[in-house]
Design a protein around this ligand. Structure first.
Ligand code: FES
Ligand code: MG
Length: 577
């Protein structure tokens, strides 16, 4: 490993010269109260902070940035905090997914346009992890991802409650008349007890665990609860480590390879992770120049059962997972399936990092011989194709009702969530447990931004009859904290002419997970006739970020990145004049 010299660091292009521009950079840094000796001759570390008052998952990140700074100072660097878009999952509409690429662009351009040599990325709520990392991978400066960490366990009336999962569960109970209005208000303050990301195996812990297994965090950092004192110590250690990484020139390109992503997939499937990761991983891989497809995921999913016994597939929460040994304990049970020679940002291999990892609770983190969900019962990610989804669709069968995995029924089709919500509460609705609910125009272009509308509500009259699951199909996504027999990410989406747009209420749809199929029983000639008549119904934006998004976003199976951001020719460093 060759050590960088001070002169070769990019920050020195701003700070070191004896000219008017460099004078201004030093002058303006001193304007902020820094003494010359505090920043001159040091690597500059950016802390990209996605804290905001609208992101409870990141509420503690202002304090954590201070801990990162402590580590950077101690290691002889100069830390600078740069705020970045928060993409807080629950508040941002229509969906944070619309802004994942915005954050990716922001992260890349913040790093490019400022005098920084490396960065610690503070994030964790769903889209913030892929957003920050996509940008950082493209920029390829030394980076550490510092995960926000999961919130503390929730409980209500003696029952363990998980963020998202139980919101959905109790909402169904409330709609079915089994919870009172007072219960419903009481619940508001019980489930989400502290700062931090969802304590279920939602998209946040899915993505942070995957990038941890890929070696982009301090090892095991993704499992540390957000408000644990160990979380502050981890943040300080990130600050210390990034300075060494800058000198040693450890970049995302040093870490990432097809094998690294394969390791990420093993963690993904064993965690019982969110379907959303299927989109984000393709996007991240493409930024890294790695070819990763839905079929790669299906292959790993077919051999790695769910070991983490966590909601929504299992019975525990992330704090239990931490006490059981966290991600290191899980990966130690999967050594035979991992490429242990892959380097991590810690400067050691995954195998070295794993040495000594132990599991303290084999019910929370199951063994391969005794998985939380055996392969024959359900998988983290099934990939389906057929005349409804020629380019693919995904499904988390581990969170579905097994009786629906081979199912045939009439479609009930909706073009918008507004229309759907109104109709599904109709007490006279012609619907049964066998009906297949379909929502379209929820894809990357259609919505736009591919919102989490894919967990279509069960019709009120069926809820009252005790029914809690049905087959649902959508070209949008579903929250990783949710569960049910939902076929998602249908590609190509309806809004660009995908066959889902040609389906009509009453058509028979066949779902066959074992065969990997999702089809409508409509003959070719009729499909062709409908296609000739089809006109787009999704709203097209002519200005704003949504207009840029609709014109450049790729389909779900391609990662929903922008065409002009995928791997390509290198971008020159900004001229300094
Ligand atoms: Fe932020 Fe779930 S809402 S992680
Ligand atoms: Mg989520």
């Amino acid at each position: 490993m060759t050590r960088r010299t001070l002169e070769s660091l990019r920050s020195q292009r701003w700070y070191a010269a004896d000219d008017m521009r460099a004078f201004a950079h030093r002058q303006r840094t001193q304007q902020m109260g820094m003494r010359r000796e505090e920043f001159m001759g040091k690597p500059v570390v950016a802390i990209l902070n996605t804290w905001s008052d609208m992101s409870p998952c990141h509420a503690h990140l202002r304090e954590r940035a201070q801990a990162v700074k402590r580590g950077v100072w101690q290691a002889g660097g100069y830390p600078v905090e740069l705020p970045a878009l928060s993409v807080g999952e629950v508040m941002v509409k229509p969906t944070t997914m619309l802004y994942r690429n915005f954050l990716a662009m922001e992260a890349e351009e913040l790093l490019r346009s400022h005098p920084v040599d490396g960065a610690v990325l503070l994030g964790g709520c769903d889209k913030s992890t892929p957003g920050l990392l996509m940008g950082a991978i493209s920029m390829d400066l030394p980076v550490i991802f510092c995960p926000a960490g999961p919130m503390s366990n929730g409980q209500w009336r003696g029952v363990k409650t998980g963020a998202g999962t139980h919101t959905k569960k109790y909402w169904d109970e409330y709609r079915a008349g089994r919870l009172s209005a007072q219960d419903w208000v009481d619940l508001e303050s019980r489930m989400t007890r502290s700062a931090g990301t969802c304590n279920t195996m939602g998209t946040a812990s899915t993505m942070t665990s995957i990038v941890d297994a890929m070696g982009l965090t301090l090892f095991g950092a993704s499992s540390i609860p957000a408000v644990d004192s160990g979380h502050s110590r981890m943040a300080a250690a990130c600050g210390e480590r990034i300075v060494a990484m800058i000198w040693d020139d450890v970049r995302p390109s040093t870490i990432l390879s097809r094998e690294t992503f394969q390791n990420g997939l093993v963690a993904y499937m064993a965690m019982g992770g969110s379907t959303n990761a299927a989109v984000h991983l393709v996007a991240m891989a493409r930024r890294a120049g790695v070819d990763l497809t839905l079929d790669d995921m299906a292959e790993v999913s077919a051999r790695i059962p769910v070991l983490a016994n966590l909601f929504p597939s299992g019975d525990y929460l992330m704090e239990d997972f931490w006490f059981a040994g966290g991600l290191p304990a899980l990966l130690a049970k999967l050594e035979a399936h991992l490429d242990l020679s892959r380097p991590t940002i810690e400067g050691r291999t995954l195998g070295q990092a794993l040495a000594g990892a132990q599991c303290w609770n084999h019910d929370v983190i199951r063994d391969l011989e005794n998985p939380a969900v055996p392969l024959e019962k359900g998988r983290t990610l099934a990939v389906l194709r057929g005349n409804l989804a020629p380019d693919g669709a995904v499904m988390k069968t581990s969170a579905a009702n097994p009786k629906f995995l081979r199912h045939e029924g009439p479609a009930l089709v909706f073009d918008s969530p507004g229309e759907m919500n109104k109709t599904l509460d109709d007490p006279d609705l012609d619907v049964s447990e066998d009906t297949i609910l379909v929502l379209r125009n929820a894809g990357p272009v259609g919505a736009p931004g591919m919102p989490e509308w894919g967990n279509l509500p069960i019709p009120k009259k069926l809820l009252a009859a005790g029914i809690r699951d049905m087959v649902r199909i959508c070209d949008g996504r579903m929250s990783g904290t949710h569960y049910g027999t939902c076929v998602l990410h249908v590609s190509p989406e309806a809004a660009i002419g995908g066959p889902l747009g040609l389906l009509r209420t009453g058509d028979i749809v066949v779902l066959d997970v074992a065969a990997g199929r999702i089809d409508m029983k409509v003959d070719e000639a009729e499909i062709a006739r409908r296609r000739a008549e089809w006109t787009p119904t999704a709203y097209r934006y002519d200005r704003s970020f949504a207009a840029l998004y609709q014109r450049h976003v790729s389909q779900a199976h391609e990662g929903c990145d922008f065409d002009f951001l995928a791997a390509g020719p290198s971008v020159p460093e900004p001229p300094i004049y």
